[in-house]
Design a protein around this ligand. Structure first.
Ligand code: ADP
Ligand code: MG
Length: 263
């Protein structure tokens, strides 16, 4: 038996029913410190529904979920969420904050700087270190409303890392980015993962090409059911991906990245 550190996330046999529809069936997932999971599946597979539960934003209908050692339903979900970095690229802010200021708002998880919070020198330095990690140092003073989508994506990951979360959840961070912006984003994700060795993360996508090289595990969902789950070598194969997307593809891995081509 391989040794695995204790799980930071443990979902056991969860079902989610909303408006009379079963969106997740019997899903099991265990994520340990240092593991970086890809959550893959076609549109409507239930990926965001699962992420909301993993991010302590909702409860399963049946089954149990432990997030950072706390059982959902028995704890203050708001307190729990302060230990989770949850990045949704569709997040909207309209205030003209600089990249540096947006990252600082991650400390209080507020849409603007919190006037009651005294931002220390150490916090300003940490924000700059995170901008550096995400390749955003040259954009430190750029204003949010005029940033490109890729710059916003990288800024939001830095923001999510600001309170030093144990768990990072990224829902389709590369969607809509051009090639160069996607590569910069994926490099930033790889770098933040190597900088914080105990961090665990789950990244949702429906494109294999959007997986960073640091991806260690994958779960494939189709119609709310798990098609495959485990280390990438067993979970990301031509057979599992073809079943998950209901389309025959050949999965190739080169230089640590994945690609799917029509069979
Ligand atoms: P994904 O992120 O994989 O694209 P979602 O988790 O967002 O999929 O949604 C899965 C399915 O559940 C979709 O068909 C969506 O329309 C449906 N759905 C999501 N939330 C609700 C809800 N509150 N009530 C009913 N159906 C929902
Ligand atoms: Mg989704």
């Amino acid at each position: 038996m391989g040794h695995r550190p204790p799980a930071l996330l443990a979902a056991v046999s969860i079902d989610v029913v909303r408006s009379g529809r079963r969106l997740l069936h019997e899903v099991n997932l265990q994520v340990a410190a240092g593991e970086h999971w890809a959550l893959l599946g076609p549109n409507g597979a239930g990926k965001s529904t699962l992420m909301a539960i993993l991010g302590a934003r909702g409860h399963p209908t049946t089954g149990t979920v432990d997030v950072l050692g706390k059982r959902l339903g028995r704890v203050d979900m708001r307190e729990l969420r302060t230990h989770i970095g949850h990045v949704d690229p569709r997040w909207r802010i309209d205030i003209p904050l600089t990249a540096h200021e947006v990252v600082l708002t991650g400390l209080t998880n507020t849409p603007e700087l919190d006037r009651r919070h005294h931002y220390t020198e150490a916090e300003h330095r940490h924000a700059d270190e995170l901008l550096e990690l995400l390749g955003m140092t040259a954009r430190r003073e750029s204003l949010w409303p005029v940033m490109s989508q890729g710059e916003r994506g990288r800024t939001l990951i830095a923001r999510a890392l600001m309170p030093r979360p144990a768990l990072l959840l990224l829902d389709e961070p590369a969607t809509g980015l051009d090639l160069a912006a996607r590569e910069k984003l994926l490099t930033g994700i790889d770098q933040s993962r190597s900088e914080v060795p105990d961090l665990a993360s789950v990244l949702v996508t429906h494109h294999l090409e959007d997986l960073p090289t640091s991806t260690s595990h994958a779960m494939l969902l189709r119609d709310g059911r798990v098609v495959a789950a485990g280390p990438v070598d067993v979970a990301l194969t031509s057979s599992t991906i073809s079943r998950c997307f209901d389309h025959d593809v050949v999965v190739r891995r080169a230089d640590g990245r994945w690609a799917a081509v029509a069979a």
